[in-house]
Design a protein around this ligand. Structure first.
Ligand SMILES: Cc1cc2nc3c(=O)[nH]c(=O)nc-3n(C[C@H](O)[C@H](O)[C@H](O)COP(=O)(O)OP(=O)(O)OC[C@H]3O[C@@H](n4cnc5c(N)ncnc54)[C@H](O)[C@@H]3O)c2cc1C
Length: 465
């Protein structure tokens, strides 16, 4: 990693969750000092804090996100494995049931890691703070932005310590990045300063999550497999996921779209597992010891703030991560989108030799390009459900018919499965599923499926033993 030639004195990152940590790590290459400001108290251990309740739920890390993280933290993979996370090829330990069968396994050629989100974040945090020029001010809430008198530049923040005396401090910086997540107050702060707030795209999905953790016996046959059950929409509305994580545990998250949410009493949660098209999760839950209660999480809508469309924006200030775009989490894209945006900021600063003049429009343009693909994938799938509302991409119904054929093809053709996995892991663009060669494979696989008895012999039945 090369540092910018024009190194600035101080950067501030608001929010020390995944986007904030990765942004601080990146900025440490370009600024003499980086300060992370976090509202919650942060303990020196893996934990789900009050300000990021979603971290109690199953978090999959896409292969492209893992690749970026290991670029900035070269020993991350070893540390994950040493701590008990499961590291393996994405396609080899997969038990992904969808459209009436299991996708064929394949070798993706890229590693996947299965761990709890607090553990991943703990490793990222300890490595970020070990950087030497990054400091964490926790238990401190950002109250407002400070500007030059003409309000054209953000020069600092007012921070309230969440101790008994609620002391207020002022911190100045050359660049401030808002990584405070979906609840970001930047739109209001901008309006208060006389700027226009960004236009928002909101796609309502009414998804509900529920999660419980169980003891895992590492010697069990399937103890390193990850199970995913995704619906054949709109006929089915439920999803289920069961991932092996560190500490010899299973994490199970289940839920559904359009209000078809999982109950949070253990008996009801088990019964919900029984309704899944494959009994993988149910069988494990029936036998294993539950280690936690069932935690709920409601996710009403995917939300995107179009900062790239603003014509006026103050200098010295950026927004990154969920604060720009928060996707329906069932597609597992949020951390990877944040990592890609942080890497794009790094690249931009390197290309400009650290020059911060007009960096906001340049960064928001790149961030929007990054967000376009996961947004299109998530929103596209969500519009399979007639209850989904919001800005619907043109031609999505037709495209979804083809994507349904791709899903079905993955039940018999591992090559189609590999191509699909590359797109969903944000390693290849969606049009790579529409090359003439791939379309022929999809058509052939669907023809083959039509001739097979249902359910496909040796598929669901074999795996569900
Ligand atoms: C149920 C659920 C499951 C998910 N599953 C996945 C998954 O499988 N894979 C995946 O990649 N992503 C997943 N996500 C998304 C993922 O959690 C986020 O994308 C990720 O945490 C990055 O978000 P962030 O850092 O931008 O914001 P957040 O994680 O929301 O963090 C914001 C931080 O800012 C702090 N903060 C807020 N206000 C202030 C303030 N005024 N002053 C100081 N600090 C402040 C908060 O305390 C918090 O620490 C899931 C999300 C949900 C809801």
């Amino acid at each position: 990693m090369t540092r910018s030639t024009a190194t600035h004195a101080h950067a501030i990152v608001l929010g020390a969750s995944m986007a904030g940590l990765l942004t601080a790590r990146v900025l440490s290459e370009h600024f003499s000092q980086v300060t992370l400001i976090e509202r919650d108290p942060v303990a020196d251990r893996p934990e789900a804090r009050k300000g990021q309740p979603q971290t109690r739920h199953l978090h999959g890390l896409l292969a492209s996100g893992l690749e970026i993280m290991t670029r900035y933290f070269p020993d991350l993979m070893e540390a994950l494995e040493a701590g008990g996370a499961i590291v393996g090829d994405f396609g080899e330990n997969m038990r992904w049931c969808t459209y009436g069968g299991y996708r064929q396994r394949f070798t993706l050629g890229s590693k996947a890691v299965l761990m709890s989100r607090p553990f991943l974040e703990y490793l990222v945090r300890t490595r970020t703070l070990a950087q030497g020029n990054i400091a964490l001010l926790d238990n401190c809430a950002v109250r407002r932005l400070l500007t030059t008198t003409d309000r054209t530049r953000i020069v600092g923040v007012e921070v309230e310590q969440r101790t008994q005396d609620s002391a207020v401090t002022v911190l100045n910086a050359d660049l401030i990045v808002d990584c405070t997540g979906r609840g970001s107050r930047t739109p209001q702060w901008l309006a208060e300063l006389g700027y226009t707030a960004p236009v928002e795209s909101e796609v309502k999905v009414n998804v509900g999550y529920a999660t419980q953790i169980f003891r895992r016996t590492p010697s069990d046959d399937y103890a390193r497999d990850w199970v995913l059950i995704t619906p054949e929409a709109p006929r089915e509305t439920r999803f289920g996921a069961m991932f092996p994580i560190e500490g010899d545990r299973w994490i199970v998250s289940m839920g559904g779209w359009a209000g078809d949410h999982a109950p949070t009493d253990p008996a009801g949660f088990l019964e919900y597992a029984r309704t899944m098209p494959t009994p993988d999760i149910y069988n494990m839950m029936r036998q294993a010891e539950a280690l936690t209660d069932v935690y709920p999480h409601k996710f009403n809508s995917s939300l995107r703030r179009h900062y790239e469309k603003l014509t006026r924006f103050p200098a010295g200030y950026l927004v990154l991560g969920d604060a720009i775009s928060s996707f329906n989490p069932t597609y597992g894209q949020g951390m990877t989108s944040a990592a890609m945006q942080a890497a794009a900021l790094d690249e931009l600063l390197m290309q400009r030799h650290g020059n911060l003049t007009d960096i906001a429009p340049a960064f928001f343009k790149r961030a929007a390009k990054i967000i376009d693909t996961p947004w299109q994938l998530a929103v596209g799938e969500d519009f399979r459900f007639p209850q989904t509302t919001g800005p619907k991409p043109a031609g999505i119904d037709l495209l979804n018919r083809y994507v349904a054929a791709v899903h079905r093809a993955t039940l018999v053709d591992p090559e189609v499965g590999r191509a699909f996995a590359k797109v969903m892991n944000l390693m290849a663009p969606p049009p790579s599923l529409m090359t003439p060669g791939m379309m022929v494979r999809v058509w052939r696989a669907n023809r083959q499926l039509h001739r097979m008895p249902q359910p496909i012999p040796g598929n669901i039945a074999a795996a569900a033993d």
